[in-house]
Ligand binder design. Structure first.
Ligand SMILES: [Zn+2]
Length: 578
């Protein structure tokens, strides 16, 4: 069990007056609170301070120090200087001291080295072009949008990933499983599909849960699974199928090992990257050998000679965009993926702890990598519909654009649906639901019920909102999917559906969805105890039975009975429908 100590910190500068040291606090910078573990490393503390004070350290020195507690100072000369925290051992001493005393960490940078608060933050954004390189030699490698470092502050590093002795990687997932299920504040991605799941679907490798697949390393695609804790896999004489593949590995290495690199040379047959800190020995050189585009690592100096301070200040971080790209590259999955799964996979594969927001944004980027942007989707819609019809002869599709040729409505009824529907009860249930994509809109659906009481999809459409016009257009297209007479359309009591029904399909019998009716009644009248009468009336198979239920309801709750009658018995009664 790790013990955490808390350490308040202030920013400022040490001065000595009358043989006594004072720390003059820069109040504009405010204080920060740090929680340190027993085995906290100097590098980690520096990183926390640099991040939390948003310091831009450009090769200068950050000083961490603390005054000794008063009880100790009493026994020492008054001019005893503050204690400087310069290495892991000193951090250990500080942590020990914090267990007994209240200690304040003093953060200073040498004159002019702190961030100017009047200027916007450009944390970790560097000029990629090194002065010592001819400009044409350097490609704009980081023009790649995977590296917009400004948006990346929400990735936490799981230090276990750095600990070679850590052995409990795989068990980890199980513990978290149960914890997640109980305490699930972000659970907006609840999987409702499980309610309709048939038992057989649970079996077989194909339908292993995401977590289980992650644990076993079973993927649909990608680079053949993962190895648990991340380690630097770049080796001399390794080859990469393309420069892009090498860069991808290099980026991951930089993120995981917390440094930044710059592309020193990049041509069609040579690639050289160096640590971003000038003078550091870290270097990678790769050249094309044997076949075109195949880059072989010819030299790789893994060790950094730059200072940790410089590295922390310059390091690259995992942005949501990068995480999204990494997830797709490594797993090859996107369909049905929810943010939590991205967070899980990053934790298990690389020891990265992502917040929900980062995972969500990463998922959005991942979706764009695989599927393109929403704009691309709309642009491709005409050809998609055409191909849908080619591949499924008999499919009915319609696309309506406005006068400026922008998307307005679309309608799709697959051939299999229209063919199958002729064997079903002649009842169609329609409803609309909001779409949550970039451009919003409403999805309209029309379903039947098969002999096994399962939902049978007939047609769907995308419109702007549930209006008279949109439902009218939808019904107009829907009626081409089935032969007329007789037909029942069941819906909620939305006026737009009723109007469209009356205008476009005046010959159909309308039914009100009992579920929606029940919701309305409970909301408006309360009276849950009377629902058995409402249900009795709604499900009555004879007029006598209906009247009996309604009489009882009238006696018990006249308002509710009146509401039921207002709903038009024709719409409610089974007897008229079947
Ligand atoms: Zn370096």
């Amino acid at each position: 069990m790790q013990i955490m100590v808390c350490l308040a910190s202030v920013y400022g500068v040490w001065t000595i007056r009358d043989r006594k040291w004072y720390f003059e606090v820069d109040k504009t910078r405010g204080g920060r609170m740090f929680y340190l573990q027993d085995d906290c490393k100097h590098e980690e503390l520096v990183e926390m301070v640099v991040n939390d004070y948003m310091l831009q350290v450009n090769g200068e020195l950050l000083e961490l120090s603390y005054p000794l507690p008063a009880a100790m100072m009493e026994k020492l000369p008054t001019d005893s200087p503050p204690m400087y925290v310069t290495n892991d051992r000193q951090v250990g001493s500080l942590v020990e001291l914090c267990k007994e005393h209240v200690v304040r960490l003093c953060v200073s940078t040498r004159v002019g080295m702190g961030r100017n608060y009047n200027e916007p933050i450009h944390e970790c954004v560097q000029e990629e072009k090194s002065e010592e390189v001819d400009k044409e030699d350097v490609e704009e490698e980081f023009g790649d949008e995977g590296w917009d470092d400004n948006e990346s502050d929400d990735v936490n590093w799981n230090d276990k990933a750095w600990d070679v002795n850590s052995e409990d990687e795989s068990d980890d997932t199980h513990d978290n499983d149960s914890a997640d299920d109980v305490d699930n504040p972000d659970d907006i991605d609840a999987d409702y599909s499980k309610y309709g799941k048939v038992k057989d679907e649970e079996e077989g490798e194909e339908s292993l849960s995401f977590r289980e697949r992650l644990r076993r390393g079973v993927w649909n695609g990608g680079n053949g699974g993962f190895t648990g804790t991340w380690s630097d896999t770049i080796l001399v004489n390794h080859s990469y199928a393309s420069k892009e593949a090498l860069l991808s590995e290099l980026r991951l290495t930089a993120v995981m090992a917390r440094f930044a690199f710059k592309v020193y040379k990049s041509t069609t047959d040579l690639f050289v990257a160096k640590c971003v800190v000038n003078g550091c020995a870290w270097k990678l050189r790769a050249a094309v050998k044997n076949e075109p585009d195949c880059f072989w690592v010819t030299k790789y100096v893994k060790g950094h000679t730059c200072s940790i301070m410089d590295r922390v200040a310059h390091r690259r971080r995992a942005t949501p965009r990068y995480i999204g790209q990494l997830f797709v590259e490594r797993t090859g999955l996107i369909d049905g993926i929810v943010p939590r799964q991205i967070a899980d996979s990053m934790r298990i594969m690389f020891g990265l702890n992502l917040t929900y927001t980062t995972s969500y944004r990463a998922l959005k980027f991942a979706q764009v990598f695989v599927r393109g942007t929403p704009e691309d989707g709309y642009a491709n819609l005409p050809s998609y519909l055409r191909r849908l019809k080619q591949a499924n002869p008999g499919t009915i599709t319609h696309l309506l654009c406005d006068e400026e040729d922008r998307f307005k409505y679309c309608f799709v009824a697959l051939a299999a649906s229209t063919a199958g529907f002729q064997y079903l009860k002649r009842v169609i249930v329609v409803d609309g639901t909001h779409l949550t994509g970039k451009y919003g809109g409403t999805l309209l659906v029309a379903c039947g019920q098969d002999a096994n009481f399962q939902v049978f999809p007939l047609a769907y459409g995308v419109v702007d909102a549930e209006t008279n016009e949109s439902w009218g257009w939808f019904f107009d297209k829907l009626q081409t999917c089935f032969s007329p007479h007789p037909m029942v359309i069941v819906s909620d009591r939305a006026l737009s559906i009723e109007n469209a029904c009356v205008n476009v399909l005046p010959w159909v019998t309308r039914g009100i969805c009992y579920y929606h009716l029940q919701q309305n009644i409970i909301k408006t009248y309360g009276g849950k105890e009377l629902m058995y009468l409402v249900k009795g009336a709604a499900y009555a198979h004879t007029l006598a039975e209906y009247n009996r239920c309604m009489d009882s309801l009238r006696a018990a709750h006249p308002d509710l009975a009146a509401y039921m009658e207002l709903a038009d018995p024709n719409d409610v009664l089974n007897i008229y429908i079947i």
